[in-house]
Write a protein that binds this ligand. Structure first.
Ligand code: GTP
Ligand code: MG
Length: 245
């Protein structure tokens, strides 16, 4: 099946060349779609140079920083329009191991809509995160799964492979989250509409060594607010109009 991996980037100049080179080497059968929000540090230009050298890499440069979710949505729609059957996503900062990418892709099929590289299933690991960040992420994920009745351990991992069919069915263009809550939102809509199995595969998530994190309190707040709002709507019907399909 034709597969592409979407790599959202913002100010990843220190990582992007090495990262794309490694993905090309470790996942030779997967095309690459970089979606950059016109990073001031020149990430787009570096990615474009690597694309010319290596081939099978497309670089989408958007105007200005408009967020992880919007960048992912735009790239997903482009990938679907291009006829890819599997659409994977991963970060550009080496937190996600390129060697695992084609393992995730291989598990997508007619009945499996989404494969998640998971930090919290047996065998999953996190390397180099502070105790505080681990606790925050772990309990954030427990809260999310509880609110949304998801049987998932890691709803917020960005290392994933989707069937293009499921992305078409959930109508990505209409999803509303801005930050990493987008990841919860896609899993929630796939699960709620029973569009196929969601499978978690253990990964070792390694904290970035280069470049700055774009995680901030606003993104965390958005996640908490949306998950709580959706959970309340699921149980009581209050605010039902805010529920994604
Ligand atoms: N296009 C685009 N990409 C983004 C944006 N924000 C983050 N990214 C990319 O999305 C991926 C994940 O972002 P990170 O900053 O690594 O978020 P994180 O992994 O939660 O934070 P760290 O643990 O510090 O790495 C990286 O490849 C970023 O460059 C954005 O606004 N637009
Ligand atoms: Mg990261």
């Amino acid at each position: 099946m034709r597969a592409v991996v979407i790599i959202p980037t913002y100010n990843e100049a220190e990582n992007v060349q090495r990262f794309l080179t490694q993905v090309r080497r470790d996942a030779p059968n997967t095309d690459i779609l970089v979606v950059d929000d016109n990073s001031p540090d020149g990430t787009s230009q570096i990615a474009q140079k690597v694309a010319t050298q290596l081939g099978k890499i497309t670089v989408m440069t958007r105007s200005g920083k408009r967020g992880y979710a919007a960048a992912s949505r735009e790239a997903m729609l482009a990938a679907i329009a291009d006829g890819y059957e599997i659409v994977a996503t991963m970060d550009a900062d080496f937190s996600h191991d390129p060697l695992v990418l084609e393992q995730l892709i291989a598990l997508v099929n007619d009945t499996t809509a989404l494969v998640i590289g998971s930090r919290y299933v047996v065998g999953g690991e996190i390397t180099n995160w502070s105790r505080f960040r681990k606790l925050l992420s772990r309990w954030g994920n427990r809260y999310t799964a509880f609110c949304l009745r998801l049987k998932l351990k890691d709803c917020t991992s960005g290392f994933r492979a989707y069937s293009a069919k499921s992305l078409t069915q959930i109508n990505v263009a209409e999803l509303t989250a801005d930050g990493y809550a987008f990841l919860t939102e896609t899993a929630f809509v796939i699960s709620r509409n029973k569009l196929g199995a969601i499978v978690e595969v253990p990964i070792n998530y390694v904290d970035r060594a280069y470049g700055d994190s774009k995680m901030n309190t606003q993104i965390m707040r958005e996640s908490m607010v949306l998950v709580t709002r959706w959970g309340v709507a699921l149980r009581t019907g209050i605010g039902r109009k805010h529920l994604p399909r």
